[in-house]
Design a protein around this ligand. Structure first.
Ligand SMILES: [Zn+2]
Ligand SMILES: [Zn+2]
Length: 353
């Protein structure tokens, strides 16, 4: 079968590799669509970062690895003991496995397992291939009406949704979202789906502000032409946002969020920061703002899938499709330059599967 294989920085090859078959408790999937994100870009341009150069503590995997961790497909075969998933069903994959015995796993917070392994990054197989095999608990069946394109977006939308839940808002409260890339958009849509209507988005790119405005955001602020903290304070009656979600991950976004969050409000970082933030803890002294983070997802897929089936995640205006053959020459560069916001790779032959 074909697969996009990562060998190291700048080196992703479409190769012919052995087709996997499902062992006990496993499910084989004909991949249909796979989203590309900042993690893939990081590996391609600056990696290896998360792809293992030493045997992964859970999977034992080392480079090279098949890429693709945001994907969906059709079940083609199930291993012994799998009785509740049937060939032909459209499924999305929650691409994580965990140890099951550590403190975090025992508390149910598998996203915080120190040995967490992402399929398509640290395991044998991924979504950027004709087929892949995963454990049954990674598979989520998709209801009628959810398309393969949406199926490929569940993973990043779940990342954002986990951040939304970490923000702890209830309807009537106000949020600020920093960054209107795919995760910021996912946070905006997730907040709205949970009844938080008042969402201010801060984003320097005009194209990204336009995208989130098309999705219904009525307060998209350009931090390069106005003082975003002052604007948010104005828009919230002088109080600041009840919670701020930082999906931009820069010193500017973090420090502005700190200035524009209400006292005793919460600041949630969802982004991976590229550089350290000069931060003075005294800034919290007079506000008792809580700073916390959001890591991937934990039992978020079912809720996102349910909201998706209800139409909470429109894809117009921010999701584009490419073929697997355009991944390296077109896909990575256009995401890196910002000329594309979110790319979904249509896996060749997937339509007929
Ligand atoms: Zn991703
Ligand atoms: Zn664990």
């Amino acid at each position: 079968m074909f697969a996009a294989v990562y060998h190291g920085r700048g080196d992703v090859r479409i190769e012919d590799v052995p087709e996997p078959s499902p062992g006990p408790g496993e499910v084989k999937i004909r991949n249909l669509a796979n989203g590309i994100c900042g993690t893939d870009l990081k590996e391609f341009y600056t990696g290896p970062v998360f792809t293992p150069v030493e045997p992964h503590p859970l999977t034992g995997k080392v480079l090279p690895v098949i890429l693709g961790h945001e994907f969906c497909g059709t079940v083609t075969e199930v291993g012994d003991g799998v009785t509740d998933v049937t060939p032909g069903e459209l499924v999305a994959v929650e691409p994580v496995s965990w140890c099951g015995t550590c403190d975090a796993c025992r508390r149910g917070s598998y996203n915080l397992c120190p040995k967490i392994a992402f399929h398509g990054v640290m395991t044998d197989g991924g979504g950027l291939a004709e087929y892949t095999v995963v454990g049954r608990r990674m598979v989520h069946r998709l209801p009628a009406g959810v398309t393969p394109e949406q199926g490929a977006l569940i993973e990043p939308m779940a990342v954002a949704y986990h951040g939304v839940k970490r923000a702890g808002l209830v309807p009537g409260q106000r949020a600020a979202v920093y960054g209107a890339g795919p995760i910021g958009i996912g946070a905006f849509l997730g907040l709205r789906a949970r009844g938080i209507e008042d969402v201010i988005v801060v984003e320097p790119s005009a194209a990204r502000r336009a995208a989130v405005e098309r999705l219904g955001c009525t307060a998209a602020i350009d931090p390069t032409t106005e003082d975003a903290a002052a604007a948010i304070t104005d828009l919230t009656g002088g109080l600041g946002a009840d919670a701020s979600l930082d999906a931009a991950g820069s010193p500017d976004s973090f420090l502005t969020a700190l200035r524009s969050t209400r006292s005793q409000g919460r600041l949630v970082t969802i982004a991976v920061f590229e550089e350290p933030v000069p931060f003075q803890p005294n800034d919290l002294l007079f506000t008792e703002i809580e700073i916390t983070s959001s890591m991937a997802y934990c039992d978020d897929f079912p809720e996102v899938i349910d909201l998706m089936a209800k139409g909470a995640y429109p894809t117009d205006g921010w999701v584009e499709h490419i073929g697997l053959d355009g991944l390296v020459d077109h896909g990575f560069p256009s995401l890196r330059s910002g000329s594309a916001m979110k790319l979904v790779v249509d896996i060749p032959g997937g339509e007929a599967a």
